[in-house]
Ligand binder design. Structure first.
Ligand code: KG4
Ligand code: ZN
Length: 347
């Protein structure tokens, strides 16, 4: 089974072909990602209009490269998947329309994939993980704890009441004059900084419900930065290290609460999975690995190439759905919002 996956929900134009052999072996045959970072950098964030136009310009080329790289002709595909949301609707429409066109021309099934589900299922692509598992999904737009019980079967345990974790990294970076995207910049600065110099708050820590709140932490960083300005390089590094340490503590504490809630729903996860752009952060990975050891769980984090948005995760989610017969027709629309717990078959 070979599926083409197309991703255009944010600022990456991406396409990939993933193959599932009869032996059960999974292979990423190609994985093309074109980042628009340079186009948005001047604005310090993603500009939807610019993103949509850039997707239009690049999509045909990226899809052609993914097919060539995989050595697969469109007629040799078993399915064509595209992320149908959640995301910036102008961009989503570009990927969705392209996938529908290829599906119509080849007569192959079309699969409208939820971008969050694709992040959620990546651990099965890379590690053949069995259900159920606990997922911490942390990206620029989302921060959620989910019990992943099956394809399309997600139980949301908690989420953020204000900023997403990646968004907090991006805002702190902008505040400190570091380059966009903020996550990697803050992590780089933190490497040489002192995580104990500033004692930032760990919002929501100790609460039984696994929810997140990050705006207070962001404000605390801003107030300190304003108080000690002008900032030396050392100050910036220490602010980043202390902020990142607070984020790691929050993620570990909230995930621990998520595990407890999971058990109260009688879901016994076999693994702790972290996914989304922020899962590239090594300090976050180390913190969660400690928690997994403490809880006696396997810890799974995607390889760096699959942490950010990519086509392989869309192709894989499409393949998982296709083999269950969960295909879509041409009436599937782009969805700016699309919560994961609305995906249960029949829901
Ligand atoms: O999943 P993703 O590529 O796109 C969304 O669906 O949002 O996540 C992008 C987010 C950005 O906010 C970026 O700053 C953050 O992930 N990010 C990181 C790191 N790499 C990317 N945050 C912390 N540390 C990193 N190394
Ligand atoms: Zn994403």
């Amino acid at each position: 089974m070979r599926v083409l996956g197309i991703e255009t929900t944010c600022d990456e134009t991406a396409a990939a072909v993933v193959e599932l052999a009869p032996s059960g072996e999974v292979k990423i045959l190609s994985n093309e990602v074109l980042s628009q970072i340079a186009a948005h950098a001047a604005y310090g964030g993603v500009v939807p209009e610019i993103a949509a136009r850039a997707h239009v310009d690049a999509i045909d080329r990226i899809v052609a490269r993914a097919l060539e790289g995989a050595g697969v002709k469109p007629a040799e595909l078993d399915g064509i998947a595209a992320a149908a949301g959640p995301g910036l609707v102008g961009g989503v429409m570009v990927g969705l329309t392209t996938a529908k066109a290829i599906a119509l021309v080849t007569g192959r099934p079309f699969i409208a994939v939820n971008h969050l589900e694709a992040h959620a299922l990546t651990a099965r692509l890379t590690d053949s993980l069995a259900f159920p598992y606990l997922l911490l999904l942390v990206s620029g737009g989302h921060t959620q704890l989910l019990a992943v019980r099956g394809v399309g079967d997600y139980l949301k345990l908690g989420g953020t009441i204000d900023d997403a974790v990646g968004e907090a990294f991006d805002k702190i970076a902008k505040m400190l004059g570091l380059p966009y995207p903020g996550g990697p910049s803050v992590e780089r600065e933190a490497e040489t900084g002192d995580p104990e110099r500033f004692d930032f708050p760990r919002p929501m820590s100790g609460r039984p419900t696994p929810d997140f709140s990050l705006s207070g932490l962001k404000t605390a960083v801003r107030l300190v930065a304003e108080r000690i300005a002008p900032l030396s390089d050392r100050d910036v590094a220490d602010l980043c290290a202390s902020f990142q340490a607070a984020i790691v503590d929050v993620l570990v504490d909230r995930t621990r609460a998520g595990l407890r809630v999971c058990r109260s729903f009688d879901v016994r996860p076999t693994a702790l999975v972290v996914a989304g752009g922020v899962s590239a952060n090594q300090a976050v990975r180390r913190g969660l690995a400690r928690l997994a050891t403490e809880a006696g769980l396997q810890m799974v984090a995607p390889p760096l190439s699959l942490c950010g948005d990519n086509g392989a995760m869309i192709a894989w989610a499409g393949l998982e759905r296709l083999r269950l017969g969960l295909v879509d027709d041409m009436s599937a629309v782009a969805r700016p919002r699309w919560p994961l717990d609305e995906l249960r078959p029949g829901a």
